[in-house]
Ligand binder design. Structure first.
Ligand code: ADE
Length: 322
């Protein structure tokens, strides 16, 4: 098996004896550098636990992936995609940051930002639905994060309120890049490592069976088995609708019926749905991905009037949920 950071089982420390003084220089963090605490979340291949750095006392969310299980389910490619993707997306306030990765004989460890507010879905379920102001704010933060991802050549492919976490100040952090698609990084045209043509070949054949979460899947993924940047904007339209109504636009008794509703654009707006939001959603939930509103046009849409795009969004006080 090919784990991307093999040979890093133990945090390697260098011992330098200079002028009779012993100096320890830590080269790489390892399992022993953290005190593990309560479980924050559980996925099918991983558990996320609270981890405290013994030296700095800084808290992290540590995603622990079980090697045996990943090998058995043939998901090695996906854990490497997640790592490559997160390494490409550092330095955006709306995306969970990857600080360190290491491994031991049984597990891989991804040391991430901790988002203590939990999932946006949990908050939404607790209060039912968001008002227009909260939807505008959370929608704007999600869009700003999507723009950063797309500018760096990353398509998330599984955007949904469960993958939008909230930090201690109630700002968002997007997570779960295990099913992301990595395009060549537009900023590094001659990059060789993260863009693996072999994996893209596989993407266009065997791995094309990938489908995100039924309710947020774009029609082009169902009909052409192909996701593009605009597929994330379809999911964004579904999320805006869900924040305002409490439920996703396409929902049925089973996945097949949900897919049928998606490809026939079978959804309705409940009475009282804000008109500006309705116009935006109608321009996002468009079957042809090429005719969907672009990020630039979404930012200029009247629904987002008054939003200060860029740094200001992340510095402002999050609106009280209601
Ligand atoms: N659950 C999954 N990922 C998490 C994170 N980064 N912070 C808090 N809880 C999580």
């Amino acid at each position: 098996e090919e784990w991307k950071d093999k040979g890093a089982a133990v945090g390697v420390r260098e011992e330098i004896d200079a002028n009779g003084k012993v100096i320890y220089r830590q080269v790489k963090k390892g399992v022993r550098d953290f005190v593990f605490g309560r479980t924050l979340g559980e996925g099918s291949y991983s558990t996320v636990v609270l981890g405290t750095d013994r030296q700095t006392l800084k808290e992290y969310a540590v995603k622990i992936l079980d090697k045996k299980h990943i090998i058995k389910e043939k998901k090695i490619k996906y854990v490497n995609i997640e790592k490559d993707t997160l390494n490409r997306l550092i330095e955006h306030p709306g995306i969970v940051r990857l600080y360190y990765t290491f491994q031991d004989s049984s597990s891989l460890y991804y040391v991430l930002d901790v988002a203590s507010g939990g999932e946006l879905l949990g908050v939404l379920k607790k209060i039912g639905s968001f008002d227009e102001e909260c939807t505008r704010f959370y929608g704007a933060e999600i869009l700003d994060a999507i723009e950063h991802m797309h500018n760096r050549g990353v398509i998330h492919r599984d955007l949904k309120p469960e993958n939008v976490l909230l930090d201690d100040k109630m700002h968002i952090k997007i997570t779960d890049f295990g099913t992301a698609k990595l395009l060549p990084d537009p900023r590094k045209p001659k990059e060789t490592t993260p863009y693996d043509p072999a994996s893209q070949d596989e993407e266009s054949t065997r791995a094309r069976s990938f489908v995100g979460t039924a309710e947020y899947v774009s029609p082009e993924l169902l009909t052409d088995k192909n996701a593009c940047k605009a597929s994330d904007l379809w999911a964004f339209g579904c999320i805006i609708y869900q924040l305002l109504t409490g439920r996703p636009p396409f929902k049925a008794g089973n996945e097949y019926q949900t897919f049928q509703k998606i490809v026939s654009l079978d959804y309705e707006f409940p009475p009282g749905f804000p008109p500006a939001a309705r116009d935006l959603v109608e321009r996002l939930l468009v079957l042809d991905p090429q005719r969907r509103l672009s990020i630039e046009h979404i930012k200029n849409h009247e629904f987002f009037d008054g939003i200060q795009w860029g740094r200001g969004l992340w510095k402002m006080k999050a609106p009280r949920l209601k």
